[in-house]
Write a protein that binds this ligand. Structure first.
Ligand SMILES: *Cc1c(COP(=O)(O)O)cnc(C)c1O
Length: 475
């Protein structure tokens, strides 16, 4: 085959100007934000890799669909289109729209979990675990050990460890397990996929014991790409078929449309059981809105119906994962410690290895995210101890993974943006010994990473200004 790069199957029709900032401006903005990149103003950011959630670029077809929004309170045409798109692509029979993924997580957790029950999952996700715990559930991590080792090159680090799952069933009995929460392309592990073989074996084991399986389908399409790319026997299958096959093993899913589905807002709960769907719709009208819009405007549903169909186009998903790989390979070549193998939606810097002079109590990942912003206006996100929060006894949880996530929005940035990103990470890598740790000065009770504030442990900055002032960009 001829060698061709991952280039995009689209061209740019409209641009959004970005503001370039000075070190001085960034210094001030970062201090005001309490060294938390979530609290920065977007206008102070140059390249925004905080998240790929709701930050993707819509296609001209999606923008055109906004004009066809049917804003009826009840029975909007766009609802039926969206329901049809979900059924065609994911294959579940019952569709419950929500404003975004956590709306669906709330409904599922409230309806499926009895207080004291366990909810095993292949690593936790922040909002997912929050809603499970809010409903009285106890999350248990049953992901394979490789997932907790940033340097392991195991190709399916999202896999469920069947022994851990069997052990939980043996210890507590299937009746104490509400359901298995199965995430595809596991976000907190670095965007790491599950193999089809493991998905099937996991679902079989659960179903033998009468335990339902609910998929977190947020990045199911990206997972399907890795199955096609890495798992023997799947290379000739269409992404659409693989997605359907994953979903067919499970009893339903929660979905954040803000990721795979290429929209700025939206989500859904989908199930096969009619009774559960009816209960979910009833709870939905109390919290999100009527069951034919669930927190979305008609135009949002119109855009999502198209986005879902675009998300499974082979050329789209190839270039999406290809761009992430391009950035990752540049960093790998420079010797920067990143989570291996390169994941589907972002690059995860191993902050514990990157800043090995900082103790975990000084939040190295939070400090690294702050230092990257100071260096270039690049915004990234902490995924380590700050995100993990505290345990039931109130102690800080120090997960093995202390990461900084560089998340790539879909169809937004160019290869030159990826180059600048890599250059900035390499610059901070060269100066890593100068990076100062942080202490937390404000700690919210719930999902603290969103709003926590910090200050540098010494010297008033996380990365001293360079002795030679910022020079003109070299071409
Ligand atoms: C983003 C995300 C969610 C939550 O979805 P929101 O739309 O942000 O509420 C749940 N699970 C995973 C894996 C996610 O990445």
């Amino acid at each position: 085959m001829k060698k061709r790069s991952w280039a995009e199957p689209w061209k740019i029709k409209m641009v959004e100007p970005l503001r370039m900032t000075s070190r001085q401006t960034r210094e001030r903005a970062l201090a005001e934000a309490g060294y938390n990149t979530f609290l920065l103003r977007s206008e102070d950011v140059y390249i925004d890799l905080l998240t790929d959630s709701g930050t993707s670029a819509m296609s001209d077809r999606q923008w055109a669909a906004l004009m066809l929004g049917d804003e009826a309170y009840a029975g909007s045409r766009n609802y039926y289109d969206l329901e049809q798109a979900m059924r065609d692509v994911y294959g579940y029979s019952e569709f419950i729209p929500t404003h975004q993924g956590r709306g669906a997580e709330y409904l599922l957790s409230q309806l499926m979990i009895e207080p004291g029950q366990f909810v095993p999952g292949n690593m936790y996700f922040t909002t997912t675990r929050y809603h499970q715990e809010l409903a009285g559930g106890r999350f248990v991590d049953v992901i394979v050990d490789e997932a907790h080792d940033p340097s392991s090159t195991f190709p399916f680090k999202g896999n469920v460890c069947l022994n851990k799952l069997q052990g939980l069933i043996d210890e507590h009995g299937a009746g104490k397990i509400a359901y298995l929460s199965l995430e595809t392309n596991v976000n907190m592990a670095g965007g790491q996929p599950c193999s089809m073989k493991n998905i099937k074996a996991t679902c079989d084991l659960c179903h033998q014991h009468g335990i339902p399986v609910f998929l977190d389908a947020t990045r199911c399409v990206e997972n399907a790409w890795f199955i096609k790319d890495r798992e023997p026997g799947w290379a000739d299958r269409a992404i659409a078929e693989i997605v359907r096959e994953i979903c067919a093993c499970t009893d339903g899913c929660t979905m954040s449309g803000k990721k795979d589905s290429l929209v700025n807002i939206g989500g859904f709960l989908a199930v096969n059981e009619t009774k559960l769907a009816e209960e979910a719709r009833n709870l939905l009208v109390c919290h999100e809105g009527l069951h034919t819009y669930g927190g979305m405007a008609g135009r949002d549903m119109a855009a999502m119906a198209i986005g879902i169909r675009e998300s499974i186009e082979e050329d789209h998903i190839r270039s999406r994962v290809g761009q992430v790989r391009y950035l990752g390979q540049r960093l790998q070549h420079a010797g920067v410690p990143i989570v291996q193998p390169i994941g589907g939606h972002g690059i995860y810097l191993d902050a514990a290895a990157f800043l090995d002079h900082l103790p975990r109590e000084e939040f190295p990942a939070q400090a690294l995210a702050a230092a990257l912003y100071l260096d270039s206006g690049l915004r990234t996100m902490e995924r380590g101890a700050v995100s993990a929060g505290r345990d039931a006894e109130g102690n800080n949880i120090f997960p093995r993974l202390e990461l900084v996530r560089l998340t790539i929005p879909r169809r937004v940035y160019t290869q030159a943006h990826m180059d600048v990103t890599a250059e900035s990470v390499m610059e901070v890598w060269d100066r890593r010994r100068e990076v100062v740790g942080l202490r937390m000065t404000h700690e919210p009770v719930r999902l603290r990473f969103f709003q926590a504030m910090f200050s540098p442990t010494v010297g008033g900055t996380v990365l001293p200004a360079e002795s030679s002032p910022e020079s003109a960009v070299e071409c």
